[in-house]
Design a protein around this ligand. Sequence first.
Ligand code: DO4
Ligand code: MG
Length: 282
Amino acid sequence: MKLYRIRKGILLQHEKNSYLITEPWDELICRDKLHDYLQKQVHHAELLAPAEADALLNSQLMAPIGNQEVWAAGVTWLRSRDARMEESKDSGGATFYDKVYEAERPELFFKAQAHRVAAHDEEVYIRHDSSWNVPEPELTLFVNPNGRIEGYTIGNDMSSRSIEGENPLYLPQAKVYQRSAALGPCLYVPHAPIPTTTKIAMVIRRAGKSVYSGEVAISQIKRKLPELASWLYRDMDFPQGCFLMTGTCLVPDNDFTLAKGDKVEITIDHIGTLNNTVGFKQ
Ligand code: DO4
Ligand code: MG
């Protein structure tokens, strides 16, 4: 089942049908056993004609987030560890990435509040004071207030490699700024955990031409998804639940940096495709 947050309410897609739900977003997604609850809603909700559902999705789509915080895990894939070790070798910071990849405690960092998050088809930003910028395509968990993973969405953890590479203590500036995160297009709520065969793919296009493409299966992640959620919920409450980006596996070569106008297309099996254009804060 897929939940799309639209200005008029919530559009629920189930077996090729679309329904309109008017319950508040935060209240709905925070329910335990969300999939079972949604299955019951199908009998009460308003059925939308296909053309009406398409029109709503094309004109009213928002990021699938209400009052939740967005957090992120880092260095959960070998490729991310290696890229970070390379970018920080001159600052002497490389060893920290190596250590955290092997450690029991994962790297977790605060990423965004909802007002800094871009929706599908909106612009994501690069910082004016950063010379080396990349998107990070990440499977993103929705963890409810009781710490249960109830849904999944696609996340883009936009990052400044020049700022993080200069000094790992600059991580919050490399990671947290206006529109440094994108989420969407929907919240996917399956009846069972997402399979490990699920693939994450990213294409970056410049002036219509592909300048990067890559694909990986989530089976290659170093840590278990519930393990990441349970570390995040240690000694912290999330009354509205929380979105947790689970780390990147696809990192363009070191000579690549994003430019204004680039189109970033991230696809995750079962969930869909998140499209964003790169820009700057005005
Ligand atoms: O250690 C810095 C951030 C790592 C990260 O965002 C990732 O691995 O995806
Ligand atoms: Mg990341």
